[in-house]
Design a binder for this molecule. Structure first.
Ligand code: FHN
Length: 418
């Protein structure tokens, strides 16, 4: 059962199906993972050099927007603040912000403009956790930490003051940059403040915060990580087995976020890249199950998207350029796809995605007499198939491998007469 009460404007979200997630901040300079401060148990002093040297001289927001567009991504989500508490905009509520680093300028406004100028929608990621704020519970994410030590460290910390700060910054972000389409609040599955500070559950004052968000940005889509139902559910780094449904069986909007290599922030030595083919199949699998894919990139400390990530996004773009009509605005089909295949459907257009070469004729159950012709999307050739009798399928012997990833056939079907 999924935890969502859809309120926001979902039309663009279901049409988009594919977005770019950008994790960028001081940790990008460390180039070892966005949790580097926590995992290496760095003190504020240990971490300060990344602040003192943050000057992304090669950053060009239009390059990022261009790459998102080239990949076929219809929205871009930027980390305004991650768990380390560093703010990418000129917040009036803290000195721990980009305008106090050598870079000295707001990073959010130019990116919002570059993204919007290319007709791409903008989303903000905002961490509920804050390892830098003096009132946020001391990070207790070390199982070996002694509870008594936690309680002593947190005894004089006032979560209410931190939550006031959280609300004030969200207000800044939602009033300073025009129309914002999407908001991704984030905690950490690895642990929660309610188990950290020994003072009971962390109180984000979620209902109050969400009401403010909707008042400031009517129609905005908010995820499900505020401890109360949001507009969409957020499985992370795994593909649900089927479309998500609420208790009453109604569809639940969802978005899976995936990394290119297991790290959200730039991780220089991490070579576990997912192939474009795998990522394309993840996109198709997600849409076939009525979801969106938010695919992440972690730019470098100098503001560049590294060449490996760029090559992957451009290869995906080769596929979306040819097959985009088989994912954008599509969803699951009432027909059952053959093995190693997925169906996506939009109206009377059924798209058959072949994840593996068919060894023989495909079985297309339920399609007998419903298909007038099939069309290979990657070369737009049409095979006049007068009809597909049960168990028959378009002649696949003439298939040529698409530039990347799956081959998509288009099988226009007439919906069963009601
Ligand atoms: O702890 C974060 C992590 O760094 C990353 O931001 C992901 C992205 O969804 N969210 C949390 C882990 O669930």
């Amino acid at each position: 059962m999924s935890n969502a009460s859809p309120t926001g404007d979902h039309a663009w979200f279901a049409e988009s199906r594919f977005g770019m997630f950008v994790h960028w901040g001081l940790y990008s300079l460390a180039a070892r993972h966005e949790w580097v401060k926590n995992r290496e148990r760095l003190t504020d002093e240990d971490y300060q050099p990344y602040f003192d040297h943050f000057d992304p001289d090669l950053h060009d927001p239009d390059e990022w927007a261009r790459l998102a567009q080239a990949a076929g991504m219809r929205y871009l989500v930027i980390t305004t603040k991650h768990h380390d508490g560093f703010c990418l905009w000129d917040s009036a509520h803290t000195d721990y912000k980009v305008t106090n680093t050598p870079y000295g300028k707001d990073l959010i406004a130019p990116l919002v403009k570059a993204v919007r100028d290319r007709g791409i929608r903008i989303g903000f990621y905002h961490s509920l956790l804050d390892w830098h704020h003096p009132q946020f519970p001391v990070d207790g994410h070390h199982p070996q930490r002694d509870d008594e030590e936690f309680k002593a460290a947190n005894a004089d910390r006032d979560m209410t003051q931190y939550t006031d700060y959280l609300h004030a910054q969200v207000r800044e972000l939602l009033t300073g940059y025009g129309r914002i389409d999407y908001l991704f609040f984030d905690f950490s599955y690895e642990g929660r403040p309610d188990t950290w500070n020994g003072k009971g559950r962390a109180d984000w004052r979620s209902e109050e915060l969400l009401a403010m968000v909707r008042q400031l940005q009517p129609g905005i889509l908010v995820n499900d990580r505020l401890d109360i139902p949001g507009d969409f559910v957020t499985p992370e780094q795994y593909q649900p087995d089927a479309p998500l449904r609420a208790a009453d069986g109604s569809p639940v909007p969802w978005e899976v976020c995936q990394t290119l290599n297991g790290s959200w922030g730039y991780d220089r030595d991490n070579l576990d890249d997912k192939s474009p083919d795998l990522l394309i199949r993840m996109l198709v699998d997600t849409v076939a199950k009525d979801g969106n894919l938010l695919l992440n990139v972690g730019p470098t400390g100098r503001g560049l998207i590294d060449p490996r990530a760029e090559r992957t996004f451009r290869a995906i773009g080769e596929w979306t350029r040819l097959h985009g009509r088989a994912v954008y605005g599509c969803g699951p089909s009432e027909f059952t796809a053959p093995p190693d295949c997925r169906y996506t459907q939009r109206g009377d257009r059924l798209y058959l995605h072949l994840f593996a070469w068919p060894f023989g004729h495909l079985q297309l159950p339920g399609l007998a007499g419903r298909v007038r012709y099939a069309q290979f999307l990657h070369d737009a050739s049409e095979i006049a198939v007068q009809s597909i009798a049960e168990g028959q399928a378009p002649d696949t012997t003439r298939m040529s491998a698409p530039p990347a990833g799956t081959l998509t056939l288009r099988l226009p079907v007439r919906r069963p007469e009601v």
